[in-house]
Design a protein around this ligand. Structure first.
Ligand SMILES: Cc1ncc(COP(=O)(O)O)c(C=O)c1O
Length: 397
């Protein structure tokens, strides 16, 4: 959308406002589905945090999309009350209340899965399962980080300590001593590849190194995933799912024979960090608009709000991207401000008090934590206003 179209769509709306272009969102669903081969896609809820959008994404993808990857057990239990099912909690907890809620959802008929990487996770699930009278499905998480030089260098997330077939088999054996939890799947997320933009304009000098890392690290991911699946199956463990990938790796992960499903979330709305992957053609679908509230100097405007800085390694790429009108830029000593954001206006652009400035968040789900609702657009016009998790009174992390 060009700036005049954004301005027309926002006419009469309160600012700040968050907008999702449903047409672009649906085209992104189609693009991701086209990369899946014969695999299914699990939607990462943390990268959406909006039940209305998740319903639309699942509806658009039909049978090619299967289930949600949730970010907390409490969230999964709540999502079940909202009519969602096949809920994989990808980040472990041992908190009894959260696991009890998850187990109760299972007792009510929900299909739930919980990621584990140590016997204590299994024990916590087993207790909750026993209380609720169900056997819970555990998904073992395999770490597939790149660890050259005999493991002295660790490039990848620090999550699971399970790094080999032997480690996976040991945990699978540990699970046999519990009666209310069983190993039912494997998850191996290659975040150091799937979440690493290879053409990042904010740190161009590092791009060649990132591409080299990706080339060197992929074979290990593929080999290790296959080895561990084979070892577990050989030991009689039934793997109902083998999950891998993220938006930045859908096509590559989907090619691996041992993988049954790929996860993606960010790609549906395509925040600006996901515009820097070579060969991944997605279009921006989520935006937010701030009000021009003052003019300090010629060539500058100040916007009301804006400091919606994303998580992860700190840097300029974590700030929202001024998007429209094109050419707007931060003032380097202020960046995106807590309540006001000064911006340089390019020559030829005229902005008046009350006008909107459009931004893209760096990440997909975190935008939803800043707004109670999203304005949903079709053909450039607002057709609905629907609550985010926050607007529904839910904040999980
Ligand atoms: C376990 C797991 N799988 C998949 C993803 C990919 O999500 P997205 O497609 O939003 O990058 C993530 C993101 O952090 C993750 O933690």
């Amino acid at each position: 959308m060009e700036y005049p179209a954004f301005k027309r769509a926002l006419d009469g709306e309160r600012l700040p406002a968050a907008l999702v272009d449903l047409d672009a969102l649906e085209r992104n669903v189609d693009r991701l589905v086209a990369l899946l081969g014969d695999k299914t896609l699990r939607v990462a809820s943390k990268s959406v945090r909006h039940t209305g959008l998740m319903r639309r994404i699942l509806a658009r993808g039909g049978a090619r999309l299967r289930g949600l990857m949730c970010f907390t057990a409490a969230e999964a239990a709540w999502l079940h009350t909202q009519g969602f099912d096949d809920l994989l909690v990808a980040y472990p907890t041992v908190q009894p209340q959260a696991l009890d809620a998850l187990a109760r959802a299972a007792a009510q008929g929900a299909t739930v899965w919980a990621v584990v990487d140590c016997p204590a996770h299994l024990a916590a699930l087993d207790r909750a399962g026993r209380e609720a009278g169900v056997v819970l499905r555990a998904v073992l998480e395999l770490d597939v980080s790149y660890r050259p030089l005999g493991g002295r260098v660790h490039l990848g997330a620090r999550r699971s300590p399970i790094r080999s077939a032997a480690g996976a088999l040991a945990l699978a054996r540990a699970a046999e001593s519990f009666s209310n939890v069983r190993i039912a799947g494997l998850m191996a997320y290659e975040g150091h590849l799937a979440g690493l933009p290879d053409d990042n304009p904010f740190s161009r000098a590092m791009n060649p190194a990132r591409r080299t890392l990706k080339k060197l690290a992929w074979p290990r991911v593929t080999r290790l995933r296959a080895q561990v699946v084979e070892a577990l199956q050989g030991a009689g463990v039934t793997l109902e799912l083998v999950n891998g990938g993220g938006t930045g790796s859908v096509a590559l992960t989907a090619r691996e024979p041992c993988v049954t499903e790929v996860t993606a979330g960010s790609g549906f709305v395509c925040p600006h960090l996901f515009s820097y992957f070579v060969g991944l053609a997605l279009e921006p679908a989520a935006f937010f608009a701030l009000e021009v509230c003052r003019v300090s100097d010629p060539g500058f405007v100040t916007a009301l709000g804006g400091g919606y800085v994303a998580s992860g390694e700190p840097g300029w790429d974590r700030l929202p991207l001024p998007w429209s009108p094109p050419g707007m830029a931060y003032v380097s000593i202020e960046g995106a401000g807590e309540v006001q954001t000064p911006l340089q206006v390019p020559p030829g652009v005229q902005l008046d008090l009350g006008d909107p400035v459009i931004f893209r968040h760096a990440k997909a789900g975190e935008l939803a934590e800043r707004f109670n609702d999203y304005l949903l657009l079709r053909d450039g016009r607002v057709v609905a206003r629907e609550p985010t998790y926050r607007g529904q009174g839910q904040a999980f992390l």
